[in-house]
Design a protein around this ligand. Structure first.
Ligand code: ADP
Ligand code: MG
Length: 696
C-alpha cells in the first residue's frame, strides 16, 4: 500500500466522520471541535453508534478510554462491545454515555494528595478534538482524566485549558489589529523525538536498563561520538527496516511521520512529524513513543527513550517547535509580507520574549525530570539557563525599536515601525544557532530543553499560559487606544527595554555565558529538585489559576507528584546499582582476583624464577579498587536506607536523594568503571558500552 492509502486508515477522522455521520450530527460535532461549543448528548449517541460500526468493520472488539495520567505515560482499560441477550448470544453495543464518560479506578494513579482532600473517584471525559483510532483491535478514545470534583489528574486537561486561554487572549490582539476573519487561534507543535536502539539480548542482560532506562555503570569505549560519523550517516539495514515499519504504523494512525535520521551519538536516532495542533501533537507524540518501543521488539531491538542512557555520549531530547496560528491558516509568528502584519508580528514576538523572561523558571520546570538532570547543563544540551536566540536581524530591529524607532533593517531598505509602514522582514538572514534553549527559527520558536521521555503537554501548557498572560496585558493596554501606531511603538519599546536581557545569540554552551547570564540576573536552576518549588511560587500559581489552567490545589498536587517521582526514581536507581554491584560486579572481580592469585601461586610452584611483577601489580591494583568499591557500596547502602526512611517533608527528602544518594551512586560507579578496564573481558558480567553502542 502507498503512504496515501495507509495514512489515517485506522483513524475516525474528518473524512470518515463526514462519510458516516448524518449531516446534522456531523455539523454539530464539528462545531464542538472547531469552536469549542458544548456537546449535545444526543449527538454523542449518534456518533457512538457510527464509531462502533466503523471500529467493528475494522476488526475492533473492544473500546478504551485512553488517558494521560501524571505518570507521564498513557493509560488504558479495555471493555468489549459485547452485551448478552436473553437467547444466550451477544450483541455489540456502544452508547453515547460510554463514549463521553468513563470511570476508571483512579486510586492507583498519582494525585499528589488531591484525592485525599476530595474524592477517590476519577473520570475520563471524551476529548473530541483529538480523533479516535484503532490499535490492537481496540477503539481508542482520547480522554481527559479528572477527579470527582473536576481537578485535573492528567497532562491533557491543563493543556486543553491553556489552549483556550491563549485563544481568548490572542483573539483580542487580532481584533486590535483589525483582523475580522479569524475565528480562533490555535497553538501548533512539531516535536522532534530522539531515541536510542540497542540489541534486545544485550538489553536483557542489563538490570539497569531494564529497571531505570539508563546505564548505571559502563566505562567509555575506545570510540565514542568524536568522529561525528553517525550524525545523518547512512542507515544500517536493520535500523532502516525498523524505521520503515514504524513509519507505516504511525501513518495508519494519522501521525505524519516526516523525517528520520541517525543522530549524533552512536545508536541514536530521531523522528520528526509534521506539526499539528498542540493537543493532537501531544497525543501523537505519546503514540509515537509507544509504537517506537513496540516495533523495536519485533526487530530484536529495544528503544531507549531515557534522556541519558549512556554517560559520555549525547543524551536525547525533544525539540518542541511551537507557534500560534489562526484557524484560517495565518502563522502569527511569520514575519509576514505586509506592513500591517509586521506590527502585529512584532507584538506577538515581543510578547513571547516577555513571557519567556518573566516566567523562565516555569519553562525550566517544564523540562525538569531526573533523566534531564544529566543533560541540562552538560555540554551537549542547552544549559539550564533559559535564553532566547533571535538572530542578528531581529535583534537589530529590536535594538532600533528600543532606541526610538526602527528606521532600517540590516539587510538594507527602509524600515519604519508602525501599524501602517513596516516593510517585510526577510527570513533566514542569520545562521542557525544550535546551542540556544529557545530559538526563533524563521516562523516558530524551538524549545530545545524538553526531555526525550517527557510528555510535551507540560512544556506546551506552560508556554501557552505564559504567552496568554502577556497577550492579555498587551490587550488591556491597546484596546481602546486612540492612536494605535503610537501606543504600539511605545509598548514595544518598553517590552524590549525590560526584557532584552533574555536574548542571547552567542554560544550557549560556553562558560562565559554562565557568568554573563548571572550578571544579567537570569535564573540558572541546575536540578529538578531545585526547579520543583517553582510550581508553588505565588506569581506562578497566580498566572496558572488566573487563566484557568491549574488551580492552586492542582499546582500543589503537582508539586508533590514531581517530588515523589524524583524520590522514587533515584531510589530505584540506587537499589539497582546496589544489586548490580553486589551480585554481579563484585563477584566477577573476586573471580578475576582469584584467577590472578592462582596464577601467581602456580607460577611460584613451578620453582622457575619467572618475573611475576605484572600479575602481582595487577592483583594489587584490582584488589585496591575492589576494596574502594566495597566501601562505597556500603555507604550507598546506608544512605539509601536512610533516604527511604525519611518522613515528613518530601522536599528535604528529595534534596537528600540528590545530594547524598545520587552523589554516592557516582562514587560506586567510578570504582566499578575503573575495574571494568582492568578485569578480563570474558569475566565481566554485563554487556559493555562497546557491545551496546556498536553492535547493531
Ligand atoms: P529543523 O531543521 O530544526 O529540524 P524543521 O523545519 O525540519 O526544522 O522543523 C522541525 C519541526 O518543526 C517539524 O516537526 C515541523 O513540522 C515543525 N514546524 C514547522 N513549522 C511549524 C509551526 N509553524 N509551528 C509548529 N511547528 C512547526
Ligand atoms: Mg530542530
Amino acid at each position: 500500500m502507498s503512504p496515501s492509502e495507509i495514512f489515517g486508515s485506522k483513524v475516525f477522522n474528518d473524512a470518515t466522520m463526514r462519510e458516516r455521520l448524518p449531516k446534522a450530527t456531523y455539523k454539530a460535532l464539528k462545531k464542538t471541535i472547531d469552536e469549542g461549543l458544548p456537546l449535545d448528548p444526543a449527538v454523542a449517541e449518534v456518533v457512538a453508534s457510527a464509531m462502533k460500526d466503523w471500529a467493528i468493520e475494522n476488526g475492533a472488539t473492544h473500546f478504551t478510554h485512553w488517558f494521560q495520567p501524571m505518570t507521564g505515560i498513557t493509560a488504558e482499560k479495555h471493555d468489549s462491545f459485547i452485551s448478552p441477550t436473553s437467547d444466550g448470544k451477544v450483541i455489540l453495543e456502544f452508547s453515547g454515555k460510554e463514549l463521553i464518560k468513563g470511570e476508571p479506578d483512579a486510586s492507583s494513579f498519582p494525585s499528589g494528595g488531591l484525592r485525599a482532600t476530595f474524592e477517590a473517584r476519577g473520570y475520563t471525559a471524551w476529548d473530541c478534538t483529538s480523533p479516535a483510532f484503532i490499535k490492537d483491535d481496540s477503539l481508542y478514545i482520547p480522554t481527559a482524566f479528572c477527579s470527582y470534583t473536576g481537578e485535573a489528574l492528567d497532562k491533557k486537561t491543563p493543556l486543553l485549558r491553556s489552549m483556550e486561554a491563549l485563544n481568548k487572549q490572542a483573539m483580542r490582539i487580532l481584533k486590535i489589529f483589525g483582523n475580522t476573519t479569524a475565528q480562533n487561534v490555535i497553538t501548533t507543535v512539531g516535536p522532534e523525538q530522539e531515541y536510542f536502539l540497542v540489541d534486545k539480548s544485550l538489553y536483557d542482560a542489563r538490570k539497569d536498563l531494564i529497571f531505570t532506562g539508563r546505564t548505571l555503570f559502563g566505562a567509555m569505549p575506545p570510540k565514542g561520538q568524536e568522529m561525528e560519523d553517525h550524525y545523518f550517516g547512512s542507515l544500517k539495514e536493520r535500523i532502516s527496516n525498523y524505521m520503515k515499519e514504524l513509519d507505516e504504523e504511525l501513518w495508519a494512525l494519522g501521525i505524519s511521520a516526516k523525517t528520520k535520521h541517525n543522530e549524533v551519538a552512536p545508536a541514536q536516532h530521531e523522528l520528526a512529524p509534521i506539526f499539528s495542533t498542540t493537543n493532537i501533537a501531544t497525543d501523537h507524540n505519546q503514540l509515537t513513543m509507544d509504537l517506537m518501543k513496540k516495533v523495536a521488539l519485533r526487530h530484536g531491538l529495544v528503544c531507549l527513550q531515557h534522556e541519558k542512557p549512556f554517560a559520555g555520549v549525547n543524551g536525547s531530547g525533544k525539540h518542541n517547535n511551537w507557534s500560534m496560528a489562526t484557524n484560517d491558516g495565518q502563522n502569527l509568528l511569520e514575519p509576514g509580507s505586509t506592513p500591517h502584519d509586521n506590527a502585529q508580528f512584532l507584538v506577538f514576538l515581543c510578547s513571547v520574549i516577555r513571557a519567556v523572561d518573566e516566567y523562565a523558571d516555569l519553562l525550566r520546570l517544564s523540562a525538569a525530570n531526573p533523566g534531564n538532570d544529566h543533560r541540562l547543563g552538560a555540554n551537549e544540551a542547552p544549559p539550564a539557563i533559559i535564553s532566547i536566540f533571535l538572530g542578528e536581524q531581529l535583534t537589530d530591529i529590536l535594538d532600533q525599536i528600543e532606541n526610538g524607532g526602527a528606521k532600517s533593517s540590516k539587510s538594507g531598505g527602509e524600515l519604519t515601525i508602525g501599524v501602517t509602514t513596516l516593510p517585510p522582514l526577510p527570513k533566514d538572514t542569520t545562521d542557525r544557532n544550535r546551542t540556544s534553549p529557545f530559538a526563533f527559527t524563521g516562523n516558530k520558536f524551538e524549545f530545545r530543553m524538553v526531555g526525550s521521555s517527557q510528555s510535551i503537554a507540560g512544556a506546551n501548557f506552560i508556554l501557552n499560559t505564559i504567552v496568554a498572560e502577556i497577550l492579555s496585558q498587551v490587550a488591556d493596554k491597546l484596546e481602546g487606544s486612540q492612536d494605535l501606531n503610537k501606543d504600539v511603538q511605545s509598548l514595544l519599546k518598553e517590552m524590549v527595554k525590560s526584557h532584552k536581557r533574555v536574548i542571547f545569540n552567542g554560544n550557549g554552551y560556553s562558560d562565559e555565558w554562565v557568568t554573563e547570564a548571572e550578571k544579567r540576573g537570569l535564573p540558572n536552576i541546575r536540578s529538578t529538585v531545585a526547579a520543583i518549588p517553582v510550581l508553588i511560587a505565588e506569581k506562578n500559581m497566580s498566572v496558572l489559576s488566573k487563566h484557568g489552567v491549574l488551580s492552586k490545589a492542582e499546582c500543589e498536587s503537582r508539586y508533590e507528584i514531581n517530588l515523589e517521582n524524583y524520590i522514587k526514581t533515584i531510589n530505584i536507581e540506587a537499589l539497582t546499582a546496589l544489586e548490580m554491584a553486589n551480585r554481579q560486579i563484585v563477584p566477577a572481580v573476586i573471580a578475576f582476583t582469584t584467577d590472578l592469585a592462582n596464577s601467581i601461586i602456580a607460577i611460584k610452584n613451578t620453582g622457575i624464577q619467572a618475573d611475576i611483577s605484572a600479575q602481582t601489580e595487577l592483583l594489587t591494583e584490582v584488589s585496591s579498587s575492589l576494596s574502594s568499591l566495597k566501601k562505597n557500596i556500603k555507604i550507598l547502602q546506608e544512605v539509601t536506607e536512610k533516604a527511604a526512611s525519611m518522613h515528613g517533608d518530601s522536599y528535604n527528602q528529595a534534596c537528600y536523594y540528590r545530594d547524598t544518594v545520587f552523589t554516592q551512586m557516582t562514587a560506586v560507579r567510578a570504582d566499578a568503571d575503573k575495574l571494568e578496564t582492568l578485569v578480563d573481558s570474558d569475566l565481566w558480567p554485563i554487556p559493555t558500552y562497546s557491545d551496546l553502542l556498536f553492535n547493531i
